[in-house]
Design a binder for this molecule. Structure first.
Ligand SMILES: Nc1nc2c(c(=O)[nH]1)N[C@H]1C(S)=C(S)[C@@H](COP(=O)(O)O)O[C@H]1N2
Ligand SMILES: [Mo]
Length: 413
């Protein structure tokens, strides 16, 4: 896929500049210092919240009932059983939350977006919430998925040690997002021909880890992607963006790992040089065997599938059961999904349920009459480009991009 090649080529090119010390933001020396400091233990989050924001009581504001969520530190993972009986979109009451620190409460009327940097032709500009709402809007259906979604299976299924939040498969959601194209706002701001990177910066508290303050959550997008399909979203599923999902305005970056979709957007820097932050150097790179010491950059998600059941779920024995699930890929719609109910020996093709709006995911179902006892369910999806889920995901130390077929235990009683 051309796009993918270009992104990878671009990433490699900027990597060269970073290694040579010719880049702005977060230098290789910073990274080495940080690596040396790691192990000093996890410090608490900084409390200073800039601008119109105040800190909330806990890391997440919305209710997290245990039948819908599993709480993992400052994050909450959706339980896949919570999607049973739901439509194509994931309602906000069960949409996963990934917070590096905590949800800030931001007053939209006091908020504005500041755009600055050497890649602008006429200097910095500010845009209020009202001004943004008056620009032409667009509605898209898109997935937001954490790059580490499925990480826990590296350990439980492949016996490999990885670090990071131990997500099962609930670090994903699909919503309808309304907002203004980032390209509209950047062009109105006077994008220069010299612009290279677009750096969105969140208004949540600085991320502090290993005793080091890494500053606000931020990760650059190449200008090409920023102008292609990125949305400055202010509505989610027809409602104003909820606090936990980035109120008043977040980015939605289709097809890319969740960290690209910066929430609680406060500033955008448009640079004339490649930019580096901890989120594209220390995190969100592939480290480990087969990867260069400085890590392999990546932006896109892979193919995955999940059943709308919890692992270990009890199902009735001796009756026909309709198994339901969903599969998704960042490279396009899903072509087919094969399901095994006997631990991977026999496979049957699942039936599609409904369409695939925005190619965000595909719902499917298959009937099964289980005998009493333990069973293992597997689902393997293939997308329109022929990408298929492997039996084993390629290991990387931070446990990103787990795409292998998950072995899902159930017990029929
Ligand atoms: N400002 C800010 N933006 C952020 C994050 C964050 O902690 N702070 N987390 C990122 C990550 S890692 C993911 S996976 C998505 C999660 O979006 P959600 O919480 O709306 O599901 O937001 C991204 N945007
Ligand atoms: Mo994430």
């Amino acid at each position: 896929m051309d796009d993918m090649l270009d992104e990878a080529t671009y990433d490699r090119h900027r990597l060269g500049r970073w290694l040579a010390g010719g880049a702005t933001g977060f230098s290789r020396r910073d990274l080495l210092k940080l690596t040396a400091a790691a192990g000093a233990g996890l410090a608490g989050a900084a409390v200073a919240v800039p601008g119109a924001a105040t800190a909330a009581a806990g890391p997440i504001v919305k209710p997290l009932p245990p039948e819908l969520f599993t709480v993992l530190g400052t994050n909450a993972e959706m339980r896949w059983s919570a999607l049973a009986g739901q439509g194509y979109l994931v309602p906000v009451d069960r949409f996963f939350v990934r917070n590096h620190t905590s949800t800030p409460i931001i007053d939209a009327t006091a908020w504005s977006l500041h755009i600055s940097g050497a890649g602008l032709r006429h200097g910095p500009v500010s845009l209020s919430y009202r001004e943004l709402r008056r620009l032409p809007s667009e509605t898209i259906t898109s997935t937001v998925e954490c790059a580490g979604n499925g990480r826990s299976w590296f350990t439980t299924q492949q016996g490999q040690a990885v670090s990071g939040t131990a997500w099962q498969l609930g670090g994903i959601g699909v919503a309808r997002w309304r907002g203004v194209r980032l390209s509209t706002v950047l062009r109105r701001a006077g994008l220069g021909r010299n612009a290279v990177d677009v750096l969105p910066i969140g208004l949540d508290p600085n991320y502090v880890t290993g005793g080091v303050d890494l500053g606000p959550v931020r990760r650059p997008l190449p200008v090409r992607k920023a102008l292609h399909d990125v949305l400055l979203a202010y509505e989610m599923n027809g409602e104003p963006l909820p606090a936990d999902h980035g109120h008043p305005v977040r980015l939605v970056v289709p097809g890319w790992i969740g960290i690209a979709s910066i929430k609680w957007l406060g500033r955008i820097e448009v640079t004339d040089q490649p930019v580096f932050t901890p989120w594209n150097t220390q995190f969100y790179r592939l480290f480990g065997p087969g990867h260069p010491a400085e890590g392999e950059p990546f932006d896109r998600q892979v193919v995955k599938s999940a059943f709308e059941l919890d692992p270990g779920a009890q199902v009735p024995a001796g009756a026909t059961l309709r198994l339901r699930g969903r599969s998704w890929s960042a490279s396009g719609p899903i072509r087919h999904v094969d399901v095994s109910t006997d631990g991977g020996q026999a496979w049957r093709r699942a039936r599609r349920v409904g369409g695939s709006e925005g190619a965000a995911w595909q719902r499917w179902e298959i009937d099964w009459r289980p005998a009493a006892g333990q069973h293992e369910l597997l689902a393997r999806a293939t997308d329109v480009r022929g990408n298929t889920q492997p039996d084993v995901a390629e290991y990387n130390k931070l446990g990103y991009l787990f795409d292998a077929v998950v072995r899902h235990p159930v017990v029929a009683v």
